[in-house]
Design a protein around this ligand. Structure first.
Ligand SMILES: N[C@@H](CCC(=O)N[C@@H](CS)C(=O)NCC(=O)O)C(=O)O
Length: 208
């Protein structure tokens, strides 16, 4: 049985393709073209009421019954729980993963996402205000990540769903105008993660 994966070629979509590949799960990609507003299609809204990708349907969910999941963080936790991979069951280790997953979901995604938005704003005064505010916060977050990765291979004890989540956004560092040379520990982690065969497949698979 395969996971039905509704997605597009974006940071939040790539987190999930990397996790699916790393976990060795079979999946079928269903592209949802967000530039053509396909995320508002009534059938998609049934599984993703917030009209955002990614979403999944696991036809072999709990009790052998189908289940749909939206929100990339929830999808990662679901897949990690289902497979027992990249998501420890030991509460102490799990907390570390959840902390960094939530850190990504609450900041290291929404903030660079605002940079992407303001870069396209035509009014110069508005653009400058938005970029000043969100670039500063984005750089602060890269600094937090850099400190965390000093002397560590992964954000938690072992490679986890939190790394896949953060990687989805670090993948767009050029677009939010961050030079990884300024964050050497992030750069090392990013290079190592991207060289993992599963992650590499996840970032290369066609999602559009
Ligand atoms: N918190 C959501 C955010 C998802 C999200 O923002 N998805 C974007 C693409 S990366 C989207 O579908 N945008 C469509 C829209 O804004 O209508 C998650 O992590 O799943």
């Amino acid at each position: 049985m395969a996971i039905e994966f509704y997605t597009w070629n974006t940071p939040n979509g790539r987190k999930i393709s990397a996790a699916l590949e790393e976990m060795g799960l079979a999946y079928n990609v269903h592209p949802v073209n967000i530039s053509k507003n396909e995320q508002f299609a009534p059938d998609f809204l049934k599984i993703s009421p917030n009209n955002r990708i990614p979403a999944i349907i696991d036809t072999d969910g709990p009790g052998g019954q189908p289940i749909s999941v939206f929100e990339s963080g929830a999808i990662l936790i679901y897949l990690g729980t289902k497979t027992g991979k990249f998501y420890p069951s030991d509460p102490r280790k799990q907390v570390l993963v959840l902390e960094w997953l939530m850190w990504q979901m609450g900041g290291f995604g929404p903030m660079p996402g605002q940079v992407h938005h303001f870069l396209q704003v035509e009014n110069e005064q508005d653009r400058r205000y938005g970029l000043e505010r969100y670039s500063k916060e984005t750089r602060r977050l890269y600094g937090v990540l850099d400190k965390r990765l000093d002397g560590r291979d992964y954000v938690a004890d072992e490679c986890s769903i939190a790394d896949f989540a953060i990687l989805g956004w670090a993948w767009r560092h050029e677009r939010h105008q961050v030079n990884l040379d300024d964050f050497p520990h992030v750069k090392r982690w990013y290079t190592t993660m991207m060289a993992r065969p599963g992650t590499k497949r996840g970032f290369e698979v066609a999602l559009a």
